[in-house]
Design a protein around this ligand. Sequence first.
Ligand code: NAP
Length: 359
Amino acid sequence: MIASYSYATGARFAPLPKRTLCLRGKNDGMKAWQISPFANLKLSQVDSQPLLPRQVRLAVKAVSLNYRDHLMMQGLYNPKQPLPLVPCSDASAEIVEIGSAVQRWKIGDRVCPIFSQAWIAGPPTRERISATLGGPLPGMLQQQRILDEDGMVAIPNYLDWEEAATLPCAALTAWNALAGLAPGSKVVVQGTGGVSLFALQLAKASGLEVAITSSSDEKLERALSLGADYLVNYRLRPDWSKAIRHWCKEGVDCVVEVGGGTLEQSLRCLRPGGQISMIGILAGSSAPLNVLPILMQQLRVQGVLVGNRDDFEAMNRLLALHQLRPVLDQRIPFEQAPQAWLRLASGQHFGKVVVTGFW
Ligand SMILES: NC(=O)c1ccc[n+]([C@@H]2O[C@H](COP(=O)([O-])OP(=O)(O)OC[C@H]3O[C@@H](n4cnc5c(N)ncnc54)[C@H](OP(=O)(O)O)[C@@H]3O)[C@@H](O)[C@H]2O)c1
């Protein structure tokens, strides 16, 4: 063990001196942050493993946090998750070694891992959506990670490591939440976290009109500068669906639902035939609900679980076309990774919190 940090109490234990690590060596070992037990992050020295023929070795460059990582840390995402667990799904990395049968990549390529390692294309199946990074599979908050060559996509050239690390879960979820919406459609985006700001940026790049809600007027001003068309402070307007219907009398085409417990209000925002893209549970995973409007107005509630590799590559083409830059909140050094959890838990962030400086 090198250092440990109690996420729950903020208590820090003195780290041992840093070691110099060789990036390209196979057996030099490396550092990995691990959840062990829940609510505690421990920096450990772990051995590197040899590659199988179709695997690649990644030198991780940056990792971004999702709300899921916060839940995982607390043991709320899957209380039965075996520990220790290296957390985090979203990363950018350089390929530093390839197995003997690898065909898709060469050393030096810049890649992002895909969230569901077995979901390459097509609709979700239990098998495809169960092999996810950062739980149950070991995640990316470590200096090296070995993955199957199919489990990653190329990073658009114009993005730096930290920007690219935000794409695998947050951006792709937003992309799929907006799937099928034609230019001119109206969308509601809740809050200014990672998924929501990607939804705002992707929607504007696709010619949609966007209303965004936030607990903070200051954050709403920043959303305005990203192209938002209508702003609602949900703390000052607890009946924010009325404000949305003031903006759009007929009702909007889609709500990007990260609240969960806010579903009933979100349904009130929709036009007949409109869609809830059900993504998150920031306001709780249950809510009293009158289901009548769903049938009377032919509303759809569509679950979204990130997406597959094909989706990721399609999204990257649009990002590159518009040269969209992910909104970064803070860049936190690898050695101080637990600070990233504290930042996310504070709710003060605007966009993505990124851990960087792995080497
Ligand atoms: N289904 C999937 O595939 C998928 C993928 C990614 C994320 N998620 C889920 O989506 C949710 C958002 O994830 P994230 O990573 O984007 O989180 P995040 O970056 O931590 O975003 C949190 C932000 O959401 C806003 N918020 C909090 N409570 C809210 C409420 N009651 N109503 C409206 N907005 C609220 C706040 O924005 P303001 O400060 O502006 O108020 C807060 O800063 C989480 O529940 C996460 O688990 C699901």
